[in-house]
Design a binder for this molecule. Structure first.
Ligand SMILES: [Zn+2]
Length: 191
């Protein structure tokens, strides 16, 4: 098995450095495979040191395979995320409860999320694995009809046993109510 791709942060010059990763360049293919399969993706990042803090800006565009929450049909969705965060090298493990104080604002203008790294190696694959995983929508469906269980695949999926006819509490949650897991979107803690 290949070693996960990493960027030695200490080698980045003061003016910063740009990186691009795609399925063709291949560095992250293995680590993102469980989420993106063999779909194409385009990742761009720019990392700039500020002392032992590193500013990271970038975007990811990709396609991802999902299964309809209602009829179990395969579908493809776009992942389109951009981000602006900080990487902070911290060798000592941090107490678990300090999450709320993990926001820095270097220029005092914008609060950036801070990722704590255990060493000066930045593992790009696991970072993006998390970004992609957190971008997953709460309910995934192929078409409006799926929501009403009127799509052509619903009966078929029932017959084949892919789904059960019992509507669970989770499926009953209407679109606009509080989503208990939406809070996870804000949590991107590195360990
Ligand atoms: Zn459907």
């Amino acid at each position: 098995m290949k070693q996960p791709y990493k960027i030695p942060l200490q080698e980045i010059p003061p003016e910063g450095r740009e990186y691009t990763f795609t399925e063709k360049s291949g560095e992250l293919n293995q680590e993102l495979k469980d989420l993106l399969g063999t779909h194409s993706y385009h990742i761009e990042i720019f990392i700039k040191p500020q002392g032992n803090i590193f500013e990271i800006k970038g975007s990811i565009k990709a396609k991802r395979e999902f299964i309809c929450s209602f009829c179990a049909k395969d579908l493809e969705k776009e992942v389109n995320e951009s981000f602006h965060e900080l990487l902070f090298i911290e060798k000592k493990p941090l107490p678990r409860k300090s999450h709320s104080s993990q926001h820095f604002s270097p220029q005092g203008e914008q609060e950036l999320f801070c990722n704590y790294l255990g060493s000066s190696d930045f593992f790009v694959g696991s970072y993006f694995h998390e970004i992609i995983a957190l971008a997953e929508p709460y309910q995934i469906y192929k078409e409006e009809a799926c929501l009403k269980r009127q799509c052509p695949f619903y009966k078929e999926a029932l017959k084949k046993g892919y789904i059960s006819s019992v509507i669970t509490d989770e499926n009953k949650v209407p679109e606009n109510t509080h989503r208990p897991f939406s809070v996870l979107k804000k949590l991107k803690i590195k360990t």
